[in-house]
Design a protein around this ligand. Sequence first.
Ligand code: DC
Length: 226
Amino acid sequence: MKTIVIAIDGYSGTGKSSTAREVARQLGYVYVDSGAMYRAVTLYMGENGIDIRDEEEVKRALEKIELTFALNPSTGRSHIHLNGKDVEKEIRTPNVSQLVSQIAAIPEVRRKMVAQQQAYGSQGGIVMDGRDIATVVFPRAELKIFMIADVAERARRREKELNEAGILADYKSILANLNERDRLDTSREDSPLQMASDAIELDTTSITFDQQVHQIVGMARKRIGC
Ligand code: DC
């Protein structure tokens, strides 16, 4: 059976990752959370006191970073590993969320992440979510989705998600962080967040998780021809 590449981009907190993961599960595809990769690089830079304004220091640090994904038996999900260590929880903290858009704007960082992401997708059968997946990583993806949602609703969802994961966070600072990340992600020079001309916009403000998954899986099946 034909396998395709599904690119899901959109604003922070629109539910891209959970949607993409479930779409991949239903299709039997591999899921790659590209945001987790930028977050893991951010964690490394923070923990090692890297001066992110110093291009050479950033380049040296990047050489020491190895990112891999591995299935975690207790969650049944693919977790990101930074130099062999599972950092899936550490990368979701407010500290990392605060710094990640700055790190993701550094061209050297993007080059390394994009190369690794393209290698993952070389065989098809993949769902990847992020900001530049349809525009830069897989410009020839067979299905491109651009997810949007009202920012207040996105903040409510993120607060619930963090609370459920046992990470303390309040609505106001989450809202401020989402607005700031939207601003940085859309205005950066290198690969800004923008909708690809051939992407399909999906507004998730008032539809349920199951509905959004169902819509994307339906579109994918049409393209796969099953
Ligand atoms: O999807 P996320 O919120 O976990 O992503 C974290 C940050 O990483 C986000 O603020 C922007 C950046 N990012 C990016 O620049 N390009 C991607 N493909 C994915 C994420």
